[in-house]
Design a binder for this molecule. Structure first.
Ligand code: ADP
Length: 561
């Protein structure tokens, strides 16, 4: 912790400084005192020497107390007097440095150190007028030998200093750290701290602004991305290198039945399907793979993509596409082709059969006309079916070759009624037109086919002496509403949802008799869808049917449907 580091730093360094200072003071003061001793020793030796020169050697025995140790040495080195020891027991001093110097120069000095006693002895020797050497010496404790006596003082000084430096260190550490602890990094420039901090706080502030702007930018980008991905109809899942979910969009959650909480967890916890495991276990190094699976009645195609190089995988991107519609369309196309070939075969076989019989000459002359009529009728049926198929495939393309115009649906309905007049008369059926609607912007042929197919069915499946009503109206939202009702045979409930399918017929035997192709209502539905409309059916077996077509009006009439 910073506070403790500052505290210990100050405390220890102040302690060290204080120790060094104390020892230095001791060292210097002991040096000064040694110097002083040397001077005093020299002065005393000179004074004593001149007293002995004047009054003789006996003066020494008169002196009771010597401030220094006094030794009197003959010129041959024999000690004749010593104030600290018996002169006779002392060795010859001729070789002593101070004695030698005094003999030669008149005065000499030396300092000798005794390691055993830890004492330093200062000597000063002076040659007297009678040639004898007067030597004064003084023992001085070394700095370290004095430590013993100093130690208690030193310990006291150290203790007091340690206490003071401890308090001072605590105070300084707190003063330094306190403003740092309470610093408001969210608003760096609003802090009232010491001046030295200002450049740092300014840098923090400018970096914060920089980070904030970058964060805003990243946030914006990620919001944009999630807005795009969440509105995607395709499912998108992004995984990291170890297969954990980084992001999953709404569509993918819906398809996989997962929730947002799966983010951060292994994708295998979301989808344990074989195709997922196979992909993760795939060692072929393929960058992308695809697979199809069924879920909740829908067919999905999933594309797995490895993100990264062959040697290093950074993650995975999984894209789910709902291919139900295209697969169904494919299936419908296959069924349609099979149905078309089957439906075309029947009239063709009948034409070929009749032609072969005519050719063989087996047909009686009286029957020939009948055969020609049958061939003609079947030929027309064939042509009608082919036209219907061509019309339907054009509608499937979704693009109209014909131009759009404002159509009077009433007039168009009257034309249909006219075209069906004979058929209706043959069954004694009355066709009426009721109501009206504002002109509809559409394609004449498409609308004609729509109303014609509905009305023709109403006549075809109408009862003898029955009625057919074409009712026109404008819907609540301004749509064009066309209703075709009859009191014919009706459609059983089970068949109602299928009658708009291609080639679907309720009663095959009856339909055959009534020359149906099974394409009429699918054309009606396709036309309605082409204009963005819808079809409705209300029917009851034996009572009649009512088809309702609702076509929205286009706001913009400049473009096609
Ligand atoms: P079709 O050429 O057989 O009439 P559609 O597609 O027009 O083919 O009609 C499909 C089937 O719906 C018909 O075969 C018929 O059984 C039934 N259907 C259509 N319109 C009516 C109606 N107005 N009354 C009773 N049944 C109908």
């Amino acid at each position: 912790m910073l506070k403790f580091r500052i505290f210990w730093g100050i405390f220890i360094s102040s302690l060290v400084v204080m120790l060094i200072a104390t020892l230095s003071v001791i060292w210097v003061s002991s040096g000064i005192s040694r110097q002083k001793v040397r001077q005093e020793l020299e002065i005393y030796t000179h004074n004593l020497g001149s007293i002995i020169d004047r009054s003789g050697i006996d003066t020494l025995s008169a002196i009771k107390v010597f401030p220094f140790r006094i030794t009197l040495i003959r010129p041959d080195g024999i000690v004749i007097f010593d104030s600290g020891a018996k002169a006779s027991e002392m060795g010859n001093h001729i070789k002593r440095k101070e004695v030698q110097e005094a003999l030669i120069k008149g005065a000499g000095s030396d300092v000798r150190y005794s390691a055993t006693l830890s004492v330093r002895t200062h000597y000063f020797a002076l040659r007297l007028s009678n040639g004898q050497i007067l030597r004064c010496s003084y023992d001085v404790d070394t700095v370290f030998s004095g430590v013993g006596t100093l130690i208690s003082y030193l310990a006291l000084i150290v203790l007091v200093s340690a206490f003071i430096s401890c308090i001072a260190a605590r105070f300084i550490a707190r003063r330094i750290t306190e403003p740092l602890i309470h610093i408001d990094l969210d608003h760096p420039l609003e802090n009232d701290v010491y001046d030295e901090m200002t450049p740092l706080l300014e840098r923090i502030s400018s970096q914060q602004k920089h980070i904030a702007s970058q964060f805003e930018q990243i946030k914006g980008q990620s919001e944009e991305l999630s807005a795009v991905t969440s509105n995607m109809t395709e499912g998108l899942v992004v995984l990291n290198a170890v297969g954990e979910v980084l992001s999953i969009n709404n569509s993918a959650m819906h398809i996989l039945g997962a929730e947002n909480t799966c983010v951060g967890h292994s994708f295998l916890a979301v989808d344990r399907s074989d195709y997922v495991r196979q992909f993760f276990e795939d060692k072929s190094g393929a960058q992308s793979r695809s697979s199809e699976f069924d879920r909740d009645g829908k067919i999905y195609k999933v594309f797995f993509n490895r993100v990264g190089s062959e040697s290093e995988i950074h993650g995975y991107a999984l894209i789910y596409i709902d291919v139900t519609a295209s697969r169904q369309a494919e299936r419908q196309r296959q069924e349609f082709t099979a149905n078309v070939s089957h439906e075309l075969k029947t009239p063709l076989q009948s034409i070929i059969g009749a032609a072969e019989l005519l050719e063989s000459g087996l047909v009686k002359d009286t029957d020939r006309q009948d055969f020609y009529r049958r061939i003609g009728r079947q030929g027309h049926a064939l042509l009608g079916m082919i036209n219907d198929i061509i019309f339907l495939s054009r509608l499937d393309e979704g693009k109209a070759r014909e131009s759009m115009e404002d159509l009077d649906i009433g007039a168009l309905s009257r034309e249909v009624i006219r075209a069906l007049e004979d058929k209706a008369k043959a069954k004694n059926i009355t066709i009426t037109l009721e109501g009206s609607c504002t002109p509809f912007f559409g394609i004449y042929r498409y609308l004609y086919e729509l109303i014609f197919n509905l009305s023709e069915n109403a006549v075809k499946y109408g009862r003898e002496g029955g009625w057919v009503r074409i009712i026109l109206a404008d819907g609540k939202a301004g749509e064009c509403v066309i209703r075709v009702a009859d009191n014919g045979i009706g459609i059983p409930l089970a068949d109602q949802e299928h009658v708009f399918e291609r080639f679907y017929r309720v009663d095959k035997s009856h339909s055959k008799r009534s020359e149906g192709t099974g394409l009429g209502l699918s054309i009606v539905k396709r036309v309605a869808l082409f204009f963005g409309g819808k079809v409705g059916l209300k029917s009851e077996s034996g009572k009649g049917s009512e088809f309702t077509i609702t076509l929205p009006r286009k706001e913009d009439k400049t473009t096609g449907a």
